[in-house]
Design a protein around this ligand. Sequence first.
Ligand code: HAM
Length: 389
Amino acid sequence: MFAAYHYGEIRTPVLEATALFARSVGEDTDIVMKEMYTFRDRDEESLTLRPEATASVVRAYIEHSLYNQGGIHKLYYIGPMFRRERPQKGRYRQFYQIGAEVLGSQSPLVDAEVLEMLVLFLERIGIREYQLLLNSVGCPKCRAEYLKGLREALQSVKGAMCGDCQRRADTNPLRVLDCKVEADQPIIEKLPKIIDQLDPECRQHFDRVTSELQARGLAYQVTPRLVRGLDYYTRTTFEITSGALGAQNAVVGGGRYDGLSEMLGGPPTPGIGFSIGQDRLILAVQAAAGLKSEAPLGAYVVWMGEAALPPAARLARELRAQGLSVEIDYDPMKIKKAMGVANKLQARFAIIIGEGELASGRYQLKDMGSGQQQEMEPGNIAAYLKAEL
Ligand code: HAM
């Protein structure tokens, strides 16, 4: 998928200077305040296990002067991220993201193309039950106006809110909007919405994103509270949630970050990207397809008598060389026990080689689902299994 959309891979280190995340993700976010694994190395430098990779990609972009090459840069990454959250289903302290970043274009058509690629990917891997939530958080200019109003609105209600919100009402009022505390929700619903206060340029950008999504037949839901838990966003923000997942239902998060490069000391470079939570993606795919997590076993090779072991092992090797998933045990077993193992491993076929089969040169092939059994010459088994599996 990334190749089709012309993205190249970038690998950044798992460890970065702590300041990178403090400056980009934001000092007053849950990630930086509560969730980072931070320590001092032998030179007393403060390092952090990356909680996300967008900041690292932009850091690398600046450090290696990719902007000198001109044009736009489309980069993807797949790797582990670390956040010290309370572990539960779909939320881990080491988790994996598949992410992409496009650097160098402000065009709303890039936003639409990124979302188009994501939706195509989800559909291709069999996820149907999902929602694309969309918002705009404006630019620093219109956000400053909005924040003034939000601060004022919060003054009269913050007393009834949780401790974090009371603090954030003053330090970083936007973060109040992604508070998860149940009792705060009705209050948050009534707060002013940034989407109603975009300046003309941001409004136009957002309208173009939505009209491009409509032109592509992509369904979305404008969600004014979706400000995301990281401070670097400007304009478009989005999440994709899956009903199949329960409480931790965000499979994808992303958005535009037109000011991030400058924030990190680089040249003005607009950017947009997303990260898929790979662990949650797998849970959603399994839920959608009713799949088991293990790859299915094609065949289990059963042999009886020492003389049958060499041809059995040879057959297993030949089938595996053809890419078939095959298991064989090397310790002698009675046929009943061996068939029990084939059952337990949920093998699609059992291949049985005993004295009689060695004499006739034809092995028994048992379909473990239907119970039907047939004889087959060893040379024909691979092609037969390939057609059946
Ligand atoms: P994020 O929303 O913090 O965004 O994370 C993206 C996705 O990573 C989430 O939707 C979720 O699927 C997964 N995820 C986050 N935390 C955990 C966890 N503890 N356990 C399992 N999965 C988790 C970002 O990280 C931004 N860098 C996205 C982005 C890229 N924005 C622009 N470019």
